[in-house]
Design a protein. Structure first.
Length: 474
């Protein structure tokens, strides 16, 4: 059943180049906004395939775009290639074994994410050429998904202004259409300034910025009981005022990560956190300043696009894993708890099937699983362009996100099969859009209806710059 459609054959025709690209990127894990070598690899692949290349999209050094075709609708396929700290791991080994070096690793599978998206875009380009049809396909190499909100800055800069449809995917345990559940978020730094003094000889002259941060945290922790249940707030100290307890701390800085179900709830919560910060400053006679570091919007779904993608998945069937793939995946499952594995089934709304190590089904649309509570910068794209995302089955069922087990599985034959499979799903969905103007119109009408009462107001204000130094800061 795998290759009854021309577009699927075009994906298969070039799959080995892109499996190799994915493997090369796996071997050069780079953190958010430092993906120089990975971006060079993607740029070279775009040129080799004959795309018209734009480098430094939105003035971001590690963002790239390639376009092919003429006229017609513009279909964007989005890829990523950033890695994570602390997740270095030997490939293919079901035992924690970090590699020598800085400790970075592809623990979210973005080596596959970028390569499958570029493979899909390449197949669509070849399909347009073979069928001599109007239409353009673009691959967007998007950096810094892990906390850097690059797509939000790219949206703000107008990089998607003339795009009609956006398609993406993420590595997962199951083959499915991604449900549009993710939280809007923002990172805000609160800097308090007080006055230093001798903590024993002149305590009454000091005004402690550290006290202010501690009181702010206490205030926010009391607020938790009274905020929407889907909202999340986390914080980390960036500056605790120094190492000398006998000096009243004159400065202190805390980074807040605030998440909420949508932009309206997020804005309300930001306002409340800021009031608490001001209250803490008032109590301690210090001053506080806040600075937005980054932010992403929640994902908007798109019903016509989700139905179109599901139809592609249903025609294609599950990825063609074999017994060797399943045996290898079972080795990784042996490192996980029963709870990890059961949670993965439940998340998709599926009944737990013991002894099944790799996806052997296509998850139906609209199964109600446990909602995902993370955030993604694809959210901002989904507010300005009708957007649909797939889950591609690339690893053992139960593998936690951001884990050494995920890094270890990123070059296995099953990972390659999963990335080629999801490239077919994305390319097939793109071809549907190029063939059927009514589908594109319906997708646009769906987005217009969803944003009619609450137009897109990005979390990122115009003065916020991409946090280029976020991965290198001490
Ligand atoms: Zn990811």
């Amino acid at each position: 059943m795998q290759n009854t459609e021309e577009i699927w054959r075009l994906v298969d025709a070039k799959k080995s180049d892109f499996e190799a690209l994915s493997d090369r990127v796996w071997h050069m894990p780079e953190l958010a906004y430092t993906e120089t070598r990975s971006c060079v690899e993607h740029t070279a692949a775009l040129r080799e395939q004959g795309f018209r290349v734009t480098e430094r999209v939105a003035d971001i050094p590690t963002a790239v775009m390639g376009e092919a075709g003429e006229g017609g609708p513009v279909i964007a396929i989005l890829g990523e290639y950033d890695a994570l700290p602390g997740l270095s791991q030997e490939a293919g080994v079901a035992e924690q074994r970090p590699l020598p070096g800085p400790g970075f690793g592809h623990g979210c599978g973005h080596n596959l994410l970028g390569s499958a998206a570029l493979l899909a875009a390449t197949a669509v380009k070849d399909w347009l050429a073979a069928n001599k049809l109007p239409g353009r396909v673009r691959y967007y190499g998007c950096p810094a998904e892990e906390g850097g909100a690059a797509k939000g800055f790219m949206v703000r800069d107008g990089a998607f202004r003339d795009v009609d449809i956006a398609i993406s995917w993420h590595p997962a345990a199951f083959a499915a259409v991604q449900e549009a559940l993710s939280l809007a978020n923002t990172r805000i730094d609160f800097s308090f300034a007080g006055r230093a003094s001798h903590a024993a000889a002149a305590p009454h002259l000091g005004r402690s910025a550290l006290d202010a941060v501690e009181l702010m945290n206490v205030g926010v922790n009391y607020m938790r009981e009274h905020m929407p249940s889907d909202a999340r707030i986390h914080y980390a100290y960036l500056d605790a005022g120094g190492v000398a307890p006998n000096v009243v701390q004159p400065t202190a800085k805390v980074r807040y990560l605030i998440r909420a179900r949508d932009l309206i709830e997020l804005r309300a919560l930001i306002g409340r956190v800021k009031k608490i910060a001001e209250g803490a400053a008032l109590m301690t006679e210090t001053k506080v300043e806040s600075k937005v570091v980054s932010g992403v919007s929640n994902l908007l779904g798109n019903r016509p696009m989700e139905q179109a993608m599901q139809a592609n998945l249903d025609r294609l069937g599950p990825p063609p894993f074999d017994d060797a793939d399943r045996a290898k995946a079972a080795e990784f499952q042996a490192t996980l708890s029963d709870e990890d594995i059961a949670a993965a089934w439940r998340k998709m709304g599926l009944a737990v099937r013991k002894g099944v190590s790799l996806c052997d089904v296509v998850v139906p649309l609209d199964l109600k699983g446990a909602p995902m509570v993370g955030s993604t910068d694809v959210g901002d794209v989904s507010w300005v362009v009708p957007t649909v995302q797939a889950r591609g089955a690339t690893y053992a069922i139960g593998t936690p996100g951001h884990s050494w087990q995920l890094t270890a599985q990123g070059m296995l034959p099953a990972a390659h099969k999963g990335m080629v499979h999801v490239a077919k799903v994305m390319a097939g969905t793109a071809v549907d859009c190029l063939r059927d103007p009514a589908l594109v119109a319906a997708a646009k009408a769906d987005l217009a209806a969803r944003t009619a009462d609450s137009p897109y107001e990005p979390v990122l204000s115009p003065d916020v710059q991409p946090p280029f130094g976020m991965s290198t800061a001490a």
